[in-house]
Design a protein around this ligand. Structure first.
Ligand code: GLN
Length: 489
């Protein structure tokens, strides 16, 4: 039952092949049996899920047409959910029960989905390996000695292990696409402003964007259809009509020009991962696309610019967690200052503290011009590279990551090595463009992804290309051996 895609589940519910309660129970049982191994959920909302499922079954019986009525999914624990702990994987918010739903969650509720629970992540979405979570690391279902990627590692592992058919996620510098690549999934980060950030706990507000982790591009289209759209509660959300993402999935790729940035095939890229990506590009040529070498000359500046801008914004966003308005409060503070200091010292983990320190430094008087303003100028140059590239090509492609999943601890002592994990994904966020990662092969029995970067609001085009690629290949249908032969747990 769990080998079905989200699209299969929608069809199965409509044809009454199974009920929402049955399929929901099936996933809850799998989570109960297997998630001790993966640690992909922080909170499982079993009782609430079964209630939602029974309601969905009644609605389905009455001919209700909410698009995803009765379909179980999981939400990254960065999205506020009424009455359910929303921790952002931080000790700081271990006790936080959100009093309202994020707009994304509200949209899914209105579409009839059933929430299985809240998925694990890097603390406050800072990381690329899911090793910074207060609730412990998440294991990659393809190889439990390796990380699932991050920060949306819990959502990725849950879908890869088929503990959920699809999940929400967020991407500030690569947090959807990198775990998608490392876990063999389709991950979509939409254009900045396409999906509301209201109720999505802020890390770096000018970069954060909600998106999807699914088995297929078709499933991603179904989820994005529900998530996307204007929200008056988020002033950065764009008021632009949402196209029918499923309607164009099968469009021909004849005449498509794919830009291949020279800088994305540089030194440091694993040669076998490169071969997988080049084979995928050859497959797209067979489907009618033309490849064209391009250059994105400022690519090398993306990681340094990001690691000024993201920490700067995070230092401002995380100042609200002071033990008074939100979050963990230390025991028996001596005075106000002691309370602030100890609450924040106890509530935040090392990586979060490192970012707050770097960000506060970059924003302080005397350094602002040298670091923050300079980084914003570099950001403009990176954006300009893409604008120029898109005057010649329809889409840009390359690897999502330099290599497949790495072992636990491999980059833990070296923040810079960890930061370089996102070398191919970060520019997209700095420019605000949409990006998608689709499985395109294996290296050492671990999945790797093909990244596609689209022009602004070209999500439908990315989903169309990924869908056509998935019609022609079967990388996305591969399952971790234990899931395929049912010997997990
Ligand atoms: N790995 C990057 C970071 O740690 C990106 C994280 C993200 O996209 N949320 O900042």
């Amino acid at each position: 039952m769990h080998k079905q895609t989200l699209t299969d589940i929608v069809a199965g519910l409509r044809s009454k092949a199974f009920s929402s309660e049955e399929i929901t129970r099936h996933y809850l049982d799998r989570i109960a049996k297997l998630d001790d191994t993966y640690n992909s959920f922080i909170t499982v909302t079993a009782e609430q899920a079964l209630n939602q499922a029974r309601m969905a079954d009644e609605q389905l019986a009455n001919g209700e047409q909410a698009p995803l009525c009765g379909v179980p999914i999981a939400h990254k624990d960065i999205f506020c959910t009424t009455g359910v702990r929303t921790s952002c994987a931080s000790r700081m918010l271990d006790n936080f029960i959100a009093p309202y739903d994020a707009t994304v969650v509200e949209n899914f509720n209105a579409a009839g989905t059933v929430m299985l629970g809240k998925t694990n992540m890097d603390e406050f979405a800072m990381g690329s390996s899911n090793e910074t979570s207060w609730y412990g690391p998440v294991k990659n279902p393809w190889n439990t000695g390796c990380v699932p990627g991050g920060s949306s590692g819990g959502s990725a592992a849950a879908v890869a292990a088929r503990l959920a058919p699809g999940a929400t996620a967020t991407d500030t510098g690569g947090s959807i696409r990198q775990p998608a690549s490392l876990c063999g999934l389709t991950g979509l980060k939409p254009t900045y402003g396409r999906v509301s950030r209201f109720g999505m706990i802020a890390f770096a507000s000018s970069l954060d964007q909600g998106g999807t982790l699914t088995q297929t591009a078709e499933d991603s289209a179904l989820m994005l259809q529900v998530m996307a759209g204007f929200d008056p509660k988020d002033s950065t959300c764009v008021d632009k009509a949402v196209p029918d993402y499923c309607a164009t999935l099968n469009d021909s790729l004849e005449g498509l020009t794919i830009g291949i940035p020279r800088e994305y095939f540089s030194e440091g890229l694993n040669p076998d991962a490169e071969t997988a990506v080049r084979n995928a590009l050859a497959e797209l040529e067979k489907l009618g696309a033309t490849l064209k070498e391009i250059t994105l000359p400022h690519t090398g500046l993306a990681v340094p610019a990001y690691y000024v801008i993201a920490p700067a914004e995070c230092s401002a966003n995380l100042s609200r967690f002071d033990g008074v308005r939100f979050g963990h409060r230390c025991e028996e503070p001596k005075d106000l200052e002691d309370m602030y200091k100890r609450s924040r010292a106890e509530g935040f983990g090392d990586e979060v503290k490192r970012r707050i320190l770097v960000g506060t430094y970059c924003l302080s008087a005397g350094f602002y011009d040298a670091y923050y303003r300079k980084a914003q100028q570099v950001r403009q140059l990176i954006k300009q590279d893409f604008v120029e590239a898109f005057s010649e090509v329809d889409v840009i492609m390359g690897p999502t990551t330099t290599a497949p999943a790495f072992e636990f601890g491999a980059k833990g002592d070296d923040p810079v090595a960890m930061y370089l994990e996102d070398i191919y994904t970060i520019s997209t966020n700095l420019a605000g463009l949409p990006g998608l990662s689709a499985p395109c092969g294996f290296v050492d029995n671990k999945p790797v992804g093909l990244q596609m970067i689209g022009n602004y609001f070209a999500e439908a085009k990315l989903l169309n290309i990924a869908h056509r690629f998935q019609q022609a290949t079967d990388w996305h249908q591969q399952l971790p051996a234990v899931v395929a032969n049912g010997t997990e747990g």
